[in-house]
Ligand binder design. Sequence first.
Ligand SMILES: Nc1nc2c(ncn2[C@@H]2O[C@H](COP(=O)(O)OP(=O)(O)OP(=O)(O)O)[C@@H](O)[C@H]2O)c(=O)[nH]1
Ligand SMILES: [Ca+2]
Length: 734
Amino acid sequence: MVFGNITQLFTPNRYGASTHPSLPYIPTGSSSPDVGTSSPASFSFGNGGRKNGGLRHSASLQDFSSYHAFDPEEARETDSSAKQWGQNGASFSKDKGALPPSVPKPSTSRRKWIHAVMIVTCLFLFASLVYILGMYVYTNWSRGASRYYVVFDCGSTGTRAYVYQASLNYKKDSSLPIVMKSLTEGISRKSSGRAYDRMETEPGFDKLVNNRTGLKKAIKPLIQWAEKQIPKHAHRTTSLFVYATAGVRRLRASDSSWLLGNVWSILAKSPFTCRREWVKIISGTEEAYFGWTALNYQTSMLGAVPKKATFGALDLGGSSLQVTFENEERAHNETNLDLRIGSVNHHLSAYSLAGYGLNDAFERSVVQLLKRMPNVNNSELKHPCLNSGYEGQYVCSQCGSTVKRGKKGKSGVPIKLIGAPNWGECSALAKIAVNSSEWSKTKHGVDCDLQPCALPDGYPRPHGQFYAVSGFFVVYRFFNLSAEASLDDVLEKGREFCEKAWQVARTSVSPQPFIEQYCFRAPYIVSLLREGLYITDKQIIIGSGSITWTLGVAILEAGKALSSTLGLKGYETLSMKINPVALISVLFVSLILLLCALSRVGNCMPRFFRKSCLPLFKHNSASASSVLNIPSPFKLRWSHMGTGVKPPLSPIARSSPRRPFSFGSSIQLMESCSLYSSSSSVMHSYSSDSLGEMQVDNSGSFWSSRSQMRLQSRRSQSREDLSSSLAESHMLKM
Ligand SMILES: Nc1nc2c(ncn2[C@@H]2O[C@H](COP(=O)(O)OP(=O)(O)OP(=O)(O)O)[C@@H](O)[C@H]2O)c(=O)[nH]1
Ligand SMILES: [Ca+2]
């Protein structure tokens, strides 16, 4: 009943005579079969009805030859009789011209607006349903699917390959549902001294300018190793990112362009998917927040709901230092960075301090010493941070301005370093290496005892808890210190190491690069943290070598690739979470409701929308003339009505004398599913007198006419009679 009422809300016109050409014929003075109705006022068959209740005559099924086009004028004429009919009470008599009462006609344009809105709403609902369904299926499908990412870290001391396998795993706490696994199968640890378990080739790209062969040797082993980590079928869908950091960042543009161009051409043969824009130099800020993302992912702080306090990241490389931390105070410079993970916003301060990497800092100490000894003969230099007995060739790339350039093409100045250990002088030299005003051209006279002397003007001071990774980890590991050791422990270890003769010091640790520099590195990292950044021991947690910014690249790329599904899973509206299944069900039910309503509105639909699945009349007896072989009572093609009169949409007798339903006919009435819906077919079933009175619900509601449908099916036999007698009557006429 409710349903019927809803759809009837959309019935634009239950009584209004429409001028629509395909509407039923309402001949004047026609008679119509009896049907009991309780109230004349609401007489309707829900047929998108006609002013004169077109279908009320349809049941007479009398001689068709007297039908003519429905004429609105006539309808009006009969309107008065309709009123009269209404006064005659509810019975559905066959009185001439008996018409149901007319009601004011809604305007045609309003009707058209209603059904246009209905159609648009239906289309929108349908599109939303398809989208939500599609995303839901994709979400579930992609949950099990893995994607692979290969990230090259082209650092100043080496090029490394990292392979990650990303998959989705939605968690109840709605934290980041991305599961990232680092694949490290078959990595040959070069020596126990190595701080990192990673697939690496040395030296870094910045030492291979104009050396294509060297580049190929740096790249090909990494590609071959990565291929073995990933199933062959997934190679084509694996994304390869080649990001260079400080070492390449500080090169001249011509050199860095040469490097990236050649790397791209070498990678063209790789089985992975790589785009030209994925072979690039990343900025220090990008490197910083990739590292922060990796760190907070591994410590499960990233995208946590409710939001958790994240860790700051200190990533000390060979050439640069990245500093990243959450900072609600908005510094007014390029160090601000906003990151949104899931529904969590992070306001970051992220910056990279060039030249503060371990290798560059040592070089700065050399430069500083050279400045103090202008007449360096044979380019020999004593260094207070080198063990006694140490002698070694050193190529100083930053010494160009101080000493004559090296051999043509060789970048940097070769210098012979000689160990002259002095712990005090070494610590002071380390502090100078930290104080940028001592060596940078942009800053002068900063006192490290008064302010963080590693930071450029305006850069926000680091605050909060920090993980110190990469180079910090490397130094702790070299001195065999645990992560809990203090910075003073580092200084103690460093001093002990410096006091050893080189031959002793060198063999006291596993073979590894840069052993001679650790006497300098100890006081350097302590001074960098305490005077350069003003970070206290309590703020520091020493991280492992596995926390690398490349993990952050894979997480953010996986987030982009899966964001559509993540977005769906975290679907929220009106700040409440909606289960997609519930959403899909609601949409589906709404769509069905609308479609039903639309089907009731259909009579205003453009002609090509309407289907003529209206009751079909088919002549059953062989003798009947073709005139009875008619496609449908509402779109009839009457061959003998050559008068241009349109076929009646309902077989309503025109001023034909009243006739009992005595003439059976072989016209077979088939189901109606149209706008005229069941009531029209119900009315047609009045064709036989055995039908007698038909109680039609006076509200003309959808449900009541359905109940009549059952009545119809019990009387199908009478139609046979009706159709055969009708045929006879025609035959007689002709
Ligand atoms: N390349 C490399 N360096 C190592 C290794 N083990 C310890 N180290 C030391 O760690 C320092 C470099 O750390 P990385 O983080 O790899 O520096 P990088 O990425 O090459 O340098 P940036 O381009 O500034 O990031 C070097 O100065 C080495 O002394 C290793 O296995 N490989
Ligand atoms: Ca690095």
